[in-house]
Unconditional design. Structure first.
Ligand SMILES: [Zn+2]
Length: 394
């Protein structure tokens, strides 16, 4: 049987690696940063820019948000998320689990699934492995995530272990339902591929275990036993110390199947991405480029800067003199600051644009350095520059 995706490692430098991930809709060079399109749009950044200037090949969609609004019925009527949004390249959709556990109140968690109140209108809703797989089939994404339980980052050993057991059982149920949906043609994004792929959706498993290394290892083994097209590290950057995240990555990533894509969910800052690549991670997503863009905060090669700072009022320079994006080529810091202070929505749009470009361009540079065996030099220079020149850097 042909596979839904193909992944080939193309170069290695220590644990860091480059690869080519082929889905039914795009060829994705890894390591890759996937911009987050929560509601079916990357906030403030038009698809035209993502396609042409940034050459993003894959973005995220959020199952939880799209399930609540516009809802499955409308998405089905509109032919799935690709047709509805007009984004024809790849989508990865999360399972909704993380949002249910982080955004909602009054939830009832049982073996069957989780009952929660919509954050929009307070209505009672229910998500389970089966429901999540049905929604993601309706969305028609190229990469579907299993429905998992995500414990808080500081969860104790027992709580984490129980949650991990539940996640393992839910992973099995997710896969069974996923296979059924693929067989009965429920995937709205099905596409006959000319390159030997099955045209179906792919399914990724999620490794949990918080900061407990032996539980991480157990979760890895159980997830690999079920068998998925790719493997994700969940439950990091959820409130734990940064050193815990780096310890887990260092321990876990090199143990994950080498021939499958490794995806670190919801992380992180440019520094986090570089450190995770160093451990062998291939895929990332995070809301911070656009979330920070909306609050006037720009990521640059010299660290994070805040456009509200009065010192930029008459600055004729750009956000980042090393950035090739159309915002940096055209607009001065002084002008961007003026727009932000005046409450113009263009300020958020332009800074978000630069930030997403910066993340994608950083990953482009990471890939180039791995290919020529110079990743460690790149890593040191990149991190030194962030730390030395930016008092506002985090
Ligand atoms: Zn720029």
């Amino acid at each position: 049987m042909t596979k839904p995706i193909d992944f080939k490692v193309t170069a290695r430098d220590g644990e860091a690696r480059t690869g080519t991930l082929t889905t039914r809709r795009s060829i994705i060079e890894t390591p890759v940063f996937m911009p987050v399109g929560t509601q079916g749009t990357v906030k403030g950044v038009r698809f035209e820019w993502l396609e042409s200037e940034m050459d993003a090949r894959i973005i995220l969609g959020n199952t939880y948000h799209l399930f609540l609004r516009p809802g499955v019925e409308i998405l089905l009527k509109m032919g799935g998320l690709h047709k509805f949004s007009s984004w024809e390249r790849s989508f990865l959709t999360d399972s909704g689990g993380f949002q249910v556990f982080s955004l909602t109140k009054l939830r009832k968690l049982t073996e069957d699934g989780v009952e929660f109140q919509s954050h929009l209108d307070g209505s009672k809703q229910f998500l389970s492995p089966e429901v999540s797989m049905e929604i993601q089939a309706t969305l028609g994404s190229e990469i579907v995530m299993v429905f998992d339980e995500c414990p808080p980052g500081d969860a104790g050993y027992e709580a984490t272990k129980n949650s991990l057991e539940m996640t393992a059982r839910w992973a099995l149920r997710s896969k069974e339902k996923f296979n059924k949906l693929q067989n009965d043609g429920s995937d709205s994004g099905f596409l006959d591929s000319a390159d030997g792929l099955s045209g179906n959706q792919s399914l990724f498993g999620i490794i949990q275990g918080a900061g407990h290394l032996e539980l991480r290892e157990e979760s890895l083994e159980r997830t690999v036993d079920v068998g998925f097209d790719g493997y994700a590290i969940g439950g990091l950057s959820v409130g734990e110390e940064k050193s815990v995240m780096y310890e887990v990555l260092d321990f876990l990533a090199p143990k994950m199947p080498a021939e499958s894509p490794r995806y670190l969910m919801g992380v992180g800052t440019p520094e986090d991405l570089i450190e995770a690549v160093n451990c062998g991670v291939d895929m990332f997503d995070c809301v911070i480029p656009t979330r920070n863009g909306r609050t006037g905060s720009a990521f640059t090669s010299r660290g994070k800067i805040n456009i509200r700072n009065a010192k930029f009022a008459d600055d004729e320079g750009s956000l980042d003199s090393d950035c090739g994006c159309s915002v940096c080529k055209r607009y001065s810091l002084g002008y961007l600051r003026h727009l932000y202070q005046a409450g113009e929505m263009t300020a958020a749009i332009l800074i978000s644009h630069h930030n997403v470009y910066f993340f994608l361009d950083t990953m482009r540079r990471v890939r180039e350095s791995i290919k020529v065996g110079a990743f460690q030099t790149f890593r040191k220079d990149f991190l030194d520059r962030l730390r030395e020149n930016a008092p506002e850097a985090v």
